[in-house]
Design a protein around this ligand. Structure first.
Ligand code: FCB
Length: 484
């Protein structure tokens, strides 16, 4: 059966009808500090590793930086009004550590705390609950200069920063996310060098992964001590599809699973280091960075886990360079990653495979019996948006992506996975890391010359869906959805 929704996009209706979400299921939108705030040298903010990385020639497309970004620091009232009109329950944003402690340690910077105070008050006045991420990759540069996540001291500083923020904002922020995608912070940042700080290391990257986990554990402890709140972490588990069912490709999937998934999920939710780590890392994993008691710290109970999902990855065996720990060579697990090519791709080049989302959630649920409730803390798509002659952005591809992924999520919920909410990435077009401003993920367009915000069709579609609390395909907003 083929139907069309309020934006005119045509689709096959999901087999099970028009999914409804459980009562209390939260809808939200997500952003991150470095990607939207700008004001990089305002209010006493210190430099972060991303300020440094962006200034290195050739690292970021178009030589872009987050110096201005969406100028959310000055325009947050307008952005909160967009959230209010959208009708979201929750807003996930991140706090910039270098605004709170410009050099990563020592007393709090009053102006930095005051900004988040204003933001949180504005959100609450708009009826939107804040969900704050403490680390979305903007490490104070001063800490990187002392070793960054390669050294345990950074985890200890992270706990101090967390305590400062929780003390000031914990009366109003009741949902905290310690880290965002430590996979990217550790491996994209310290192993393949495509994110700040741009390092290409082996043992250093594994130490970074471990110290991020230790930092998470210490931050959980600080948040628990600060009072009544929900605490979780956002991970980006990957659905890994073997290129063929050959033994070599399946072994490569096992190693890739260690790198992408088990390295985080096993210590946090199963109280162990990953089963296949020796086979995956070889001599790079010298364990020198581990201490007795770390697993208990890292595995402290959480109230929820945030999951970011965009696309599955295809994995094939690849020639494996023997790592040389002395030379601290980059991590090489003998696996080649590629994208399925038989489906549509977003402008990131990512394949659109909604059913992989359902499979991922079911798989996590089966694999980790102690998994707490889930929030989908990011999901969305970068599309080649244009402003049409009528002055609007008719982003039908993004609407289709969101609709199909929400249907895939509803399917997992129906099958028994305990998912409590969904946050679209992203409220605004923003600084997409090494891709600069070329990739647009927003449901609101940002004109980077004027900084004007323009809600896209996807914004109106999401608004309508939130109001209905279910996916619909045929009826306009004013009808009684229950009769679908
Ligand atoms: C995730 C990041 C987020 C954004 C999306 C597209 O990996 O957490 O900041 O860049 O990808």
């Amino acid at each position: 059966m083929s139907t069309s929704d309020s934006t005119g996009a045509t689709t096959a209706a999901p087999a099970a009808g028009f999914p409804e979400f459980p009562p209390g299921f939260a809808f939200g939108a997500a952003t991150a500090s470095y990607q939207i705030e700008g004001a990089h040298d305002v209010g006493g903010r210190g430099p972060s590793i991303w300020d440094t990385y962006c200034r290195q020639p050739g690292k970021v497309a178009g030589g872009a930086t987050g110096d201005v970004a969406c100028d959310h620091y000055h325009r947050y009232r307008e952005d909160v009004a967009l959230l209010r009109d959208l009708g979201v329950d929750d807003y996930r944003f991140s706090i910039a550590w270098p605004r709170i402690q410009p050099t990563g340690s020592g007393p709090a910077n009053a102006e930095g705390l005051a900004f988040y105070d204003r933001l949180v008050d504005e959100l609450l006045a708009a009826g939107v609950r804040p969900a704050a991420t403490l680390y979305h990759w903007d490490l104070p540069q001063a800490l990187e200069d002392r070793g960054g996540w390669r050294v345990r001291e950074t985890a200890e500083r992270f706990a101090e920063y967390t305590a400062i923020v929780a003390d000031r904002l914990g009366d109003r922020i009741k949902r905290w996310i310690t880290l965002n995608e430590p996979f990217c912070a550790a491996f994209v940042g310290y192993a393949i060098g495509r994110h700040a700080p741009g390092a290409k290391e082996g043992t250093g990257a594994l130490a970074a992964a471990h110290h991020l986990l230790v930092g998470h554990g210490l931050a959980v402890r600080a948040l628990r001590a600060a009072g009544d709140c929900e605490v979780g972490v956002t991970l980006n588990p990957d659905r890994l599809l073997p290129a063929t069912d050959s033994a070599a490709d399946l072994a490569a999937v096992r190693r890739a699973d260690t790198l992408h998934n088990a390295v985080w999920f096993d210590p946090i939710f199963a109280g162990r280091y990953p089963e296949h780590e020796a086979e995956t890392w070889g001599p790079l994993a010298d364990g020198s960075y581990r201490r007795d008691g770390d697993l208990a710290l890292i595995g402290a109970p959480l109230d929820f886990v945030g999951v970011n999902y965009y696309r599955p990855i295809t994995i094939a065996a690849a020639p494996h360079r023997e790592p040389d720990p002395a030379a601290r060579t980059a991590v090489d697990i003998g696996a080649a990653e590629s994208w399925r090519d038989d489906v549509r791709h977003t402008t990131m080049g990512w394949p659109v495979v909604p059913e992989a989302f359902t499979e991922l959630l079911l798989d996590l649920d089966a694999r980790y019996p102690n998994l707490p409730p889930l929030y989908i803390t990011e999901n969305g798509s970068a599309e080649a948006d244009t402003v049409a002659a009528d002055g609007q952005v008719h982003d039908a591809d993004r609407v289709a992506y969101l609709r199909d992924h929400l249907a895939a999520l509803a399917e997992a919920v129906r099958a028994g996975v305990d998912v409590r909410g969904y946050y679209v990435w992203s409220l605004l077009d923003n600084f997409e890391w090494a891709f600069g401003y070329d990739k647009r993920f927003g449901i609101v367009r940002v004109d980077y010359d004027t900084l004007e915000r323009l809600p896209k069709d996807s914004y109106r579609w999401y608004q309508d869906m939130i109001r209905a609390h279910r996916l619909r395909h045929e009826r306009p907003a004013a009808t009684d959805h229950r009769q679908d």
